[in-house]
Design a protein around this ligand. Structure first.
Ligand SMILES: [Zn+2]
Ligand SMILES: [Zn+2]
Length: 316
């Protein structure tokens, strides 16, 4: 199971009653933060989420409403006595940005692992130090994987997909049938292939079919490009920007490289996702609910995000 909490639902600038778009993902007590605009740590305090166990921070792009909160949050985490490293993933230019930010936070007591513009899937496993990057490609013990997609915004911007794989079921009767010595069961169940007394034993000798995991996608600040539906395909939840509710604002959306509600709903529809959660609302849009119909008419299971929105996602 994973829990998600929308820390804010605004775009552009923080408003008194709408914090900036940011998503906190909770997985087995460890946390992943998606974007960190100005005031994100205030929202975290307001919603009592805690911040010490944040192991990974995914930044979509370097516009202030997605990154200005980073030095403040990292300093606060430093004051909470954290010593375990934090992984920061971001678009092209992320290393340079972090180098600059180091000037104003020279004494943080933990290491930062910066991953700039990753072009392949990243795997993480839970360790005593929290969620750590798994460098070994053959490792089967992945707790979560993170993939990225290049988006179409006014600066380099990437979308994210988090996948929590589900272990196949263990069948003792299958192990007995395949004459697997009992002392190997646990290791095979964990995905290891073992040579034992000159015999080769593989995980599928004790395990059932592959089972579907949980997929969460986060797409903000982009035009609705054709690569998005495939990238978010069959997500349990697609968190997506809907900067403008009114479909008549599509010219503004094109000019500012954002989306309307109906464009986001169309992506959800084509991506065959389970649920769409809209966020990143323009400060000019006071009453978001007025425009819900524009999304629901195209994709029925649309939820309008609001600050503090929380949801649990389960295996099927
Ligand atoms: Zn933005
Ligand atoms: Zn932006």
């Amino acid at each position: 199971m994973i829990n998600i909490r929308l820390l804010g639902s605004g775009g552009g600038m923080p408003m008194p009653d709408r914090f900036l778009s940011s998503l906190l993902v909770n997985f087995q007590g460890r946390k992943i933060l998606m974007d960190c605009g100005e005031g994100t740590q205030v929202a975290m305090r307001k919603f009592n989420t805690g911040f010490k166990s944040i192991d990974i921070i995914c930044i979509t792009h370097n516009h202030g409403d997605h990154i200005f909160g980073l030095p403040g949050l990292l300093s606060t985490i430093g004051n909470s006595d954290r010593t375990e490293p934090i992984t920061i993933i971001g678009p092209k230019g992320m290393k340079g940005i972090m180098k600059g930010l180091k000037i104003i936070m020279p004494h943080i007591p933990y290491d930062l692992n910066i991953i700039e513009d990753p072009r392949h899937e990243l795997a993480f496993g839970i360790s005593p130090n929290g969620l750590m990057l798994i460098e070994d490609e053959n490792c089967t013990n992945k707790d979560i994987t993170i993939s990225t997609l290049e988006l179409d915004h006014s600066c380099p911007c990437i979308g994210y997909s988090i996948y929590v794989p589900r272990q196949p079921k263990f069948y003792p009767e299958k192990a007995i049938q395949n004459q697997v010595p009992m002392e190997l069961w646990k290791r095979l169940q964990n995905g290891e292939t073992i040579i034992h007394n000159n015999h080769r034993y593989e995980p599928n000798m004790v395990l059932g079919e592959n089972r579907r995991g949980i997929k969460l996608s986060y797409i903000v600040d982009t035009r609705p490009i054709d690569t998005i539906p495939e990238f978010v395909y069959e997500s349990d939840l697609l968190v997506c920007e809907g900067t403008y509710g009114d479909s008549e604002d599509v010219d503004k959306a094109i000019k500012n490289k954002h989306m309307t509600f109906s464009e986001a709903a169309d992506l959800a529809n084509r991506g065959n996702v389970e649920e769409l959660l809209l966020t990143h609302f323009s400060p000019s849009m006071e009453s978001v609910g007025l425009f819900k119909k524009n999304a629901v008419d195209i994709f029925k299971n649309t939820t309008l995000g609001y600050d503090g929105f929380s949801k649990d996602l389960y295996y099927e």
